[in-house]
Design a protein around this ligand. Sequence first.
Ligand code: TYD
Ligand code: MG
Length: 478
Amino acid sequence: MSKIKTVFQCQACGYSSPKWLGKCPDCGAWNSFSEEKQSPKPLKSFGMSELQPLSKIVGGREKRTLIGIQEFDRVLGGGLVNGSIILIGGDPGIGKSTLLLQAVAKIVGSQQSAVSGQQSNPPLPPFSKGGRGGITNSKLQTVLYVSGEESPEQIKLRAERLSIDSDNIILLPETLVENIINAANDLKPSAVVIDSIQTVYTEELTSAPGSVGQIRESAAKLMFFAKRSEIPVFLIGHVTKEGAIAGPRVLEHIVDTVLYFEGDRGHPYRILRTMKNRFGSTNEIGVFEMTDEGLMEISNPSELFMSERPLNVSGSTVIATMEGTRPLLVEMQALVSPTTFGMPRRTSMGVDFNRVNLLIAVLEKKAEIHLGGMDVFINIVGGLKILEPAADMGIISSIVSSFREVPIDPKTILFGEVGLSGEVRAVAQGEARLKEAAKIGFKKAIIPKNNAERLKGDLGLTIIGVKDVEDVIENIRI
Ligand code: TYD
Ligand code: MG
């Protein structure tokens, strides 16, 4: 085999040099060089190159396979799309290998469940019906689990802990991507798992595994394998201190779906979150609990997040938020205390810091709650992140409750957006949020007036519609 020549190319401007450089002489970027093949062979296309009028294309062509873990299937948009490539990122030790080993065991074991009925299928996404696509779980046989991090013995230990044993899970301790693809081509498995992409390298580049060029080339090769063979490939990726999937962000562009497996090491629950999905919605989450026997699905996360809530403590409120299509009740806590020196500190975990500052300003101006000499800390319990503005009412109420040291009734939930002039604005899906609250046993809901007016029927809750911040403050002080 002839040696493939490589060059170092600036990732910012494309300048190339035969040697690695710390600073690009052309654009001045630092540490931007990575090794590339000099004249990459044109990659073979995967049969999509004819001209086609849009109207002639049959929709819903993707074939899906259910993994059998409902939380996982839902996050993927209703099952695993054949030939898709899925990146799962997360901190070391969070449970990525465990999740995938359990998924793999379900995939090879789901032959029986397909025969015995489809009781556990999640709702099908609309685009999976009709066309040549649809959900199949008939031709599942083997799964190839490639591990560059752990030996087969270590994987066996984990499998024993999870009570997983199967002839159809084939382990391959290998890191050379060409060998992995050859093995996969021979085996023709139903899915391939690469644990992890940072350990995989291609012999075409001389740089070390884990470097930008290596990760990109290897992922690109695996992608072409996936598209050509229609076999779905899972890539496990580590996350750097900054929170990005280590190695390049380029990986996120190459793959079809990016999932993050996150959670607090100190807490047992884990959240599988979609960051990008070419085959489904990006705001779904799956909730799991890490137990001694592996990950368990949590189909009612609200109950879990409520379980350790202190009652009758100031600064704690419960808000009803939406994660994708799913209502979720979470506890929000605020701690307001006098600043001991200098500038008051404002810290937020789980909600946008700027949003908290904005709401503090609204409180100062519209409700005359003076927080100038106060430190304000906000936290969402359980390591969740809430980005929607419906959390505003929760932030405001927790701050006021902590500031005045008056607890909020523990059977009350809140949601609603707060505007700059202190007005409370309606949010989407009010009814779904209220139903979830009623199900968990809440008795009272403080919600935007507009949402309250639109409600039909009795939900088993006392509904209080509020129009501005002052209204909110008045109603929480009971
Ligand atoms: P692992 O899947 O190895 O994490 P990752 O691949 O993301 O690095 O899981 C690591 C942690 O999970 C480890 O600290 C032990 C814990 N764990 C359990 O608590 N219960 C279990 O059943 C298993 C298999 C692991
Ligand atoms: Mg691992």
